[in-house]
Structures are given as structure tokens and as C-alpha cells.
Design a protein around this ligand. Structure first.
Ligand SMILES: NC(=O)c1ccc[n+]([C@@H]2O[C@H](COP(=O)([O-])OP(=O)(O)OC[C@H]3O[C@@H](n4cnc5c(N)ncnc54)[C@H](OP(=O)(O)O)[C@@H]3O)[C@@H](O)[C@H]2O)c1
Length: 259
């Protein structure tokens, strides 16, 4: 799988498996299909409450840790120094891992100063419990603050991004600084897939509207983490490599947000 180099120097596969709200046996079943199809990048979070099943499944299959890219996130209400330090250990215990590839602050906090969270993140990174660090749902102002507080590069901002929900200012800011943007809900939670413009463009390439969303995000330079539970969807979401949208098609999709 193609990957992008993070500011930390680590490589992040460009398509990951979103795992919210997969749990229990269904989560393990989807992981089995996904890994079999070639997914190595798994996106989870403390709040998704599925670390234990992910850890168990990966242990059972004895997949090599070095072949995986695991992102997790510290929950919004646990970003104090003490809570963050406790939560990373819970995450690693449940995942049965010594480190996550990428640890994110899931949401900016209204109540806890960011300094506190980054004091913890700096220690977690120095201890090798997170190979790379980043944030999620951060605005430009919050990204500036985060960069000033983090000892390690803030490698990723994971934000909601799909044709009906753009965040151009923060995308531009991140890309100017080589901070990778990961698009979550890249299919608009499947609510935008019957859009006629996406359908027409999909028809030009004998693809689906889902393919078009993912390809558009990839061509804008983002990593994508679609959640899928059927084999058909998992397989389809990897079909973003050997074809391209034209500039005109890219612009038509971007115009959907302005309409
Ligand atoms: N950082 C954050 O705050 C945050 C917030 C939300 C989500 N996330 C992450 O982002 C991931 C993805 O976002 P999301 O789950 O909100 O939405 P999404 O990936 O945009 O959409 C998921 C929906 O699309 C369907 N789908 C998947 N592939 C498809 C395909 N090829 N054709 C048609 N339908 C398809 C899925 O159906 P099936 O399941 O039936 O296959 C599911 O109903 C989450 O799982 C999570 O890891 C992060």
C-alpha cells in the first residue's frame, strides 16, 4: 500500500480502516477481511471501546507488529496530564502493544489547557509509547498552539472532510507545513453517495460515488479512513490507486460544497 511520510519520518498508509462503531465479534470479522485484503492501517480511539478486540484479533493472527500502522486517540474528557498518562497505558494494555504508531488528541478541550495534554504527550513520545503524535478536529489557531507546545512534530490533524464538508483553511495551513491531514467520514457516513454529480463522475470511470469521494480526497493530498463492514465495501475502498479524476471533475466536486 502507498504511504505518506510523516514529519516524524514514519510512513502512514494512505488508506486506513475506520473502526467506529465496530465492536466485539463484528469488529474481529471486519479486521480479518480487511487484513486479508491488504489493509495495514487501523484507526481507532479510546472512546470507540474496541481496543481489546483489536488487540485480541491481532495477537491471534500473529501479524507482525511492524507491518501495522495503528492510530488511537485520547478521549476528550481525559486530556488532563494525569488522565492522559493513565489512558495511554490502558490503550496499550488493551491493544496488547508496546506502542501506537500515532496518538492523537481526539478533540480540543474547552476546560483543560492544551499545555497539560502536551506535557503528557511529550513524555509519552519520549518513552516510545507513541511513535508519532498528532491531533484531531483542531482549527488553525489550535494547530498553532499545538505546534508551539509539542516537542515532537505534530504530524497529523484528523478532520471531517468529504465533498459536502470541506475545511479548506485548516487543510491549506496543514499542507503548507507538511502536516498530514487525515479525512474522517470521507464518505459522508454514506449519506452523500446518491448525489447526482458524484454519480455522473463515477459513471465516467465505471466507478461508484464512494470511489469518487475517496479519490477526490486522495488527489487533494489527504489520507482516508473509510469505515466499512462488508467485504464488498472494504475491497472497493482500496480501489483508489490506478485511475485519476480530471481537473474539471475535481473542480466540479469541490463546487458541491460552495453550492
Ligand atoms: N476523529 C474523529 O473525531 C472521528 C469522527 C468520526 C469518525 N472518525 C473515524 O473515521 C472513520 C470513518 O468515518 P465514518 O464511520 O464516520 O463514516 P464514513 O467512513 O464516511 O462512512 C461509513 C459508511 O459508509 C458505508 N460504506 C463504506 N464503504 C462503502 C462503499 N464503498 N460504498 C458504499 N458505502 C460504503 C459504510 O457501510 P458498511 O459499514 O455497511 O460497509 C458505513 O455506513 C470512523 O470509523 C472513525 O475511525 C473519526
Amino acid at each position: 500500500m502507498e504511504s505518506m511520510r510523516l514529519l516524524s519520518g514514519n510512513e502512514m498508509p494512505v488508506v486506513g480502516l475506520g473502526t467506529w462503531p465496530l465492536k466485539g465479534d463484528q469488529c474481529k470479522k471486519v479486521l480479518k477481511e480487511a487484513l486479508g485484503l491488504g489493509y495495514t492501517h487501523i484507526d481507532t480511539a479510546w472512546i470507540y471501546d474496541n481496543h481489546r478486540e483489536i488487540g485480541e484479533y491481532l495477537q491471534d493472527t500473529q501479524v507482525s507488529r511492524g507491518d501495522l500502522f495503528i492510530t488511537s486517540k485520547i478521549g476528550k474528557d481525559y486530556v488532563s496530564y494525569d488522565d492522559t498518562m493513565v489512558q495511554i497505558d490502558e490503550i496499550l494494555t488493551d491493544l496488547q502493544m508496546d506502542y501506537v504508531d500515532l496518538l492523537l488528541i481526539h478533540w480540543p478541550s474547552d476546560s483543560v489547557p492544551m499545555e497539560e495534554t502536551f506535557r503528557a504527550f511529550n513524555e509519552i513520545h519520549a518513552a516510545g509509547k507513541a511513535l508519532s503524535v498528532g491531533v484531531s478536529n483542531f482549527s488553525v489557531d489550535q494547530m498553532e498552539q499545538a505546534n508551539a507546545l509539542s516537542n515532537a512534530p505534530v504530524c497529523v490533524n484528523q478532520i471531517k472532510y468529504h465533498p459536502s464538508h470541506e475545511q479548506r483553511e485548516v487543510l491549506h495551513w496543514c499542507q503548507q507545513r507538511d502536516t498530514i491531514v487525515t479525512a474522517y467520514s470521507p464518505l459522508g457516513k454514506d449519506r452523500i453517495l446518491d448525489d447526482p454529480i458524484l454519480g455522473e463522475i463515477a459513471g465516467n470511470h465505471e466507478k461508484t460515488a464512494a470511489h469518487v469521494c475517496l479519490k477526490w480526497l486522495r488527489q487533494l493530498g489527504m489520507i482516508v479512513i473509510p469505515k466499512a463492514s462488508s467485504r464488498e465495501h472494504l475491497e472497493a475502498n482500496l480501489e483508489v490507486f490506478d485511475w485519476n479524476l480530471s481537473e474539471e471533475e475535481m473542480s466540479r466536486i469541490s463546487a458541491m460544497y460552495d453550492a
